[in-house]
Ligand binder design. Structure first.
Ligand code: LLP
Length: 476
């Protein structure tokens, strides 16, 4: 996690069952970001964890491990809860964008697209993937603080909306538009990203809204920015964007953001620019451990919508189209990572290490942000957790620890260990450190299992390698 580290609580009568979704049979009401396991998680008569109707150890037997398992129902529920809550609580037009940096791949972009969401992308690669997944460019918003000329050209050619971050980008964009061939001279839609100066209590690395941030224009630059834009015939200004951070449990910072955004509407109007869309970013936190207590998706949407309506009413402004762009709270709780337990090392009176067949290459968050996760043994779900162990990865790095002091039943090599809430910023930040192939991912839903990412092979690892012949000849 990236807010305050969770306390390690030892519950004497605990077992993996404690993490099953709260509402058991009536899963409809549950907000995915408040659960540790996907909404369809159950224990079956083998005492195994089941997700989307599939036996998790069985999936590992078939597809190998580590394995990312994505529950379609949970993912779709999160998308729908955002969409429906906006419809219910925001009287104006609205659109939910999925912040695909949390997990960008064809299937995940297409699934979110099929739920009516637009996609937030931050690189040419994410943009290309979203387009290949069939998402319409008019629903793709392109962020980034250092977009290359090639990326800007791709965005112009494909007609997506560019969220302009800084002066260089704005001037480059204006120049590129002037150079474009005639057929591309329809105006490119742009939004302006601003740094709202709002602090929130989250991990320093992922605070983006405070003034000391590499992202966006300072509010005091807006006058000049709007003056420049008002002279650009080939840029069509549609609105403003801000994002204040990630894994946020408080709602107040987002409520405060409404006032900052509405002030920008007033500044824009001085330059005869109208703000049609306001994008308040993402950031809603999720429950990684029982100590985490994020608001539900519905509550978050309700509060931010009301704040926006109030802010507009207080200045007698018409309601703009309201956009938000959650990533973590959409994909995070929908996925678990299943590993196979291997070697164990007991260091008397210090700790017991249990190693799994993945680690920091498939989940870099513990080593990067000291994020805390919880795990269950999927083939012994109801067995009491009687041991406190440290779950280590297989990488050649002492810090490659997935979970410190995990409470688990006694495990043996071959057991199926499942780390929960791994959908966000795991696959998308995965690497091939130690030349470990990246895992496969399966989507469970609709009574099917679909492989959505193939497991990398050793040959895949060599695909970009080039061995100059003069060096080959020297190998002894
Ligand atoms: N919009 C913008 C402009 C963003 O920068 C982000 C996340 C989001 C939306 C989505 O935020 P979310 O709803 O997922 O909180 N790698 C870090 C998280 C970095 C977040 C970057 N920006 C982690 O693993 O915790």
């Amino acid at each position: 996690m990236v807010s305050t580290p969770s306390k390690i609580t030892t519950i004497t009568t605990n077992s993996g069952l404690q993490y099953l979704p709260k509402l058991g049979g009536s899963i409809k009401e549950s907000s995915p970001n408040q659960e540790l396991l996907p909404l369809t998680a159950k224990v079956n008569n083998l005492d195994h964890l089941e997700i989307g109707g599939w036996d998790v150890p069985g999936l590992v037997e078939k597809f190998g491990s580590p394995l990312y398992i994505v529950d379609e129902y949970t993912l779709r529920t999160a998308c729908r809860q955002y969409r429906e809550a906006l419809k219910q609580y925001y009287p104006g037009e609205s659109l939910v964008l999925y912040a695909s940096k949390a997990w960008n791949s064809l299937a995940i972009c297409a699934l979110c697209g099929s739920e009516g969401l637009g996609i937030d992308v931050v690189s040419g690669g994410e943009l290309y993937t979203a387009l290949q997944a069939g998402v319409k460019s008019e629903k793709i918003y392109f962020h980034g603080n250092n977009k290359s000329v090639a990326e800007l050209n791709l965005a112009i050619e494909t007609d997506c909306i560019i969220v302009v971050d800084n002066w260089l980008e704005l001037e480059t964009l204006a120049a590129l538009k002037k150079e474009q061939k005639e057929q591309l001279q329809n105006p490119t839609k742009i939004m302006i990203r601003l740094t709202p100066g709002i602090e929130c209590h989250t991990h320093e690395y992922i605070r983006t809204g405070h003034l000391d941030s590499k992202f966006g224009f300072d509010p005091n630059q807006l006058n000049d920015v709007f003056a420049f834009i008002s002279k650009q015939e080939l840029l069509s200004f549609i609105g403003i964007h801000a994002h204040i951070g990630s894994q946020i449990f408080e709602i107040q910072p987002h409520q405060d953001l409404a006032d900052v955004m509405v002030d920008a509407i007033t500044t824009a109007s001085v330059h005869n620019l109208s703000i049609k869309e306001i994008n308040i970013g993402g950031g809603l936190g999720i429950r990684y451990t029982e100590a985490d207590d994020p608001p539900s998706i519905e509550t978050w949407v309700q509060k931010v919508s009301t704040a926006m309506v109030d802010a507009c009413q207080s200045k007698q402004l018409p309601l703009p189209k309201l956009l938000c762009e959650p990533g973590r709270s959409i994909i995070g709780p929908a996925c678990v990572t299943a590993y196979t337990v291997g070697s164990q090392k007991q260091i008397p009176e210090i700790r017991t290490y249990i190693s799994v067949d993945g680690g920091m290459s498939d989940n870099p968050r513990p080593i990067t942000y000291q994020s805390v996760y919880r795990a269950v043994v999927a083939n012994k779900l109801s067995e009491p957790s009687t041991e406190t162990v440290t779950i280590a990865g297989k990488h050649c790095e002492s810090g490659d620890v997935l979970i410190k002091n995990a409470n688990l039943p006694v495990t043996q090599p071959g057991d199926c260990l499942v780390v929960m809430t791994t959908g966000a910023y795991n696959y998308s930040m995965a690497s091939n450190y130690n030349r470990v192939p990246r895992p496969a991912a399966v989507l469970v839903g609709n009574n099917e299992v679909n492989v959505i990412l193939q497991r990398e092979t050793y040959q895949d690892l060599l695909n970009q390698d080039i061995l100059p012949e003069r060096i080959t000849m020297g190998v002894q």
